[in-house]
Design a protein around this ligand. Structure first.
Ligand code: AMP
Length: 504
């Protein structure tokens, strides 16, 4: 059987790693020695599909048919706020799909989000196959800790589409903790602050040698480097509007050039105090005179524009610390993961909060893939690495009660794997089916939470109202994925479970 690789399927960048013969873990290099594959999919004007660097290279010229940051849309319903927000900042078109999901129009074709993830996974797989010179059919794939059940399912589905078995889904911060802690006989409490391209996660993990126990987790899958870029872009276009009375936001090619430069300037400002922000010939006046964007961005201005985003990460961090009942002075190490943690403001604020500098023990871009590969290796039959991962669910899971209230079955941070049963009864005579809507989220009203599924349990013994009793079991596996089952309590017979299309 082929080896299991570890894949970090990121919002902006992805990468893969493998444990080689002598137990040495290695990032899988792409042509030219790069490890990172941009998580970008495009179709060019000849109808060719492009993925990764090839897609990124033509991004400026073909913004409408270039899909990036699609991970933010995975497992979302079209009506969600996140989708509305995304539509404002991307040039590609979105439509509601048949499964209450989002469909993207790219190069006159339609793609479900899982298909886009599948394309990117397939690219990573083919890079790995070229490197390993063998077929790759199995992978451990990481996801943000703050992913819902539905988003996790979508990653599994993406794997199935390309015959890549997603052997296990693990959380990104947990993977980073594995990269940090495996084989060091540690007994430490670590905080993982993971601010990547699109998502923010924070987890508190207790490491006891080979046991990695997540105490609490939290995050926001709409908070990452892209939002820092966006704050800069907004500033640039507002400034241009003031100076020239021209709205660049309506010009996709100009926007793409500004977007590209914003990210580069942002990265530059992590190592210098100021950097030029120049876009020559960005547009023309109504009289046909060319106009340039031409000014100097300072680190101070960047910090002013983005300090609110950093504040949001701290609100989440505080809540997670409170959930774990952990005082900052009791934290042994603070691990930084994700490219955006290179921003000096982030590091300074964290140093102030914890009274010590963040650990240099993990590489912010590589730790997640490395941890996934180490975990993958521990799942191989011939492995003697016995790891125990004890994770949690990031948001409560429960059901809808009368009036749209949310009845919690598993509170947030409940340990997984986990199973719970609830009893239910019928409300009219000879009722043989019971329907139930299951949600995930932390709000008391289901309308603010994410619908996981509309379940129908059928095959109940006919009986007067209130007399038939059934037991419904909620089972959350180690990957944070929910399955539901029900049995007739009188006969003990298992009932048939159907998941109807999730629709609001
Ligand atoms: P990741 O998802 O971990 O690959 O993180 C990518 C994000 O990190 C992108 O938004 C990058 O713009 C950002 N990033 C990478 N390097 C730096 C840096 N030196 N300073 C600030 N942000 C960075």
């Amino acid at each position: 059987m082929s080896k299991i690789i570890g894949i970090d399927l990121g919002t902006t960048n992805s990468c893969a790693a493998i444990v080689e013969q002598q137990g040495h873990v290695k990032l899988i290099p792409y042509k030219g020695g790069e490890f990172i594959i941009p998580s970008i999919f495009a179709i060019d004007d000849k109808g060719n599909e492009l993925i990764g660097h090839e897609a990124k290279r033509q991004w400026q010229l073909n913004p409408r048919n270039t899909v990036y940051a699609a991970k933010r849309l995975v497992g979302r319903s079209f009506e969600s706020d996140v989708v509305a927000e995304m539509q404002k900042s991307v040039a590609y078109e979105m439509r509601p799909g048949e499964r209450n999901d989002v469909v993207l129009d790219v190069g006159k074709k339609h793609f479900r989000l899982a298909e886009i993830s599948a394309k990117i996974l397939n690219k990573i797989r083919s890079v790995a196959q070229d490197y390993l010179q063998e077929k790759v059919t199995r992978a451990v794939v990481t996801v943000p800790a703050y992913f819902t059940d539905r988003q996790r399912q979508a990653v599994k589905d993406a794997g199935k589409m390309i015959q890549l078995e997603v052997v296990r889904i693990i959380n990104e911060p947990t993977a980073a903790a594995l990269a940090y802690g495996i084989g060091k006989s540690l007994h430490e409490t670590v905080v993982i602050y993971d601010l990547g391209g699109g998502t923010f996660d924070v987890s508190i993990i207790e490491i006891r040698d080979r046991v990695f126990e997540v105490k609490a987790t939290g995050g926001d899958i709409f908070l990452g480097g892209l939002d820092f870029d966006q704050a800069m872009i907004r500033h640039v276009i507002d400034d241009f509007q003031k100076k020239h009375h021209i709205d660049l936001a309506t010009d996709p090619v100009a926007m793409q050039r500004i977007k590209d430069l914003a990210e580069r300037v942002k990265i530059d400002l992590s190592s210098r105090e100021q950097a030029p922000f120049n876009v020559p010939f960005v547009t023309m006046t109504p009289q046909g005179q060319p106009l340039n964007i031409d000014f100097v961005f300072t680190r101070k201005l960047l910090e002013e524009l983005t300090s609110k985003l950093v504040d949001r990460t701290f609100q989440i961090l505080d809540r997670v610390m409170e959930d774990a009942q952990l005082d900052p002075s009791k934290v042994d190490e603070l691990l930084l993961v994700g490219g955006q943690t290179r921003m000096p403001l982030v590091q300074k604020r964290l140093t102030d909060r914890f009274g010590k500098a963040p650990s240099k023990g993990v590489h912010p871009d590589e730790a997640v893939a490395i941890g996934a590969a180490l975990y993958a290796n521990s799942l191989e039959d011939n492995s003697n690495l016995r790891l125990q991962l004890l994770d949690v669910i990031p948001m409560a899971i429960g059901l809808e009660k009368a009036g749209g209230t949310f009845h919690v079955v598993f509170p947030r941070n409940a340990a997984i794997p986990n199973a719970k049963a609830i009893e239910a009864t019928t409300s009219y005579d000879d009722q043989t089916e019971v329907a139930m809507r299951i949600f995930q989220g932390d709000h008391g009203q289901v309308s603010h939470n994410e619908l996981l599924g509309d379940f129908l349990f059928s095959g109940l013994r006919p009986a007067p109202a209130g007399k038939a009793r059934l037991e419904i079991t909620f089972d959350v596996n180690i990957e944070g994925i929910l399955t539901m089952s029900a049995r007739d309590m009188e006969t003990g017979r298992q009932m048939k479970t159907t998941v109807r299309v999730t629709q609001h």
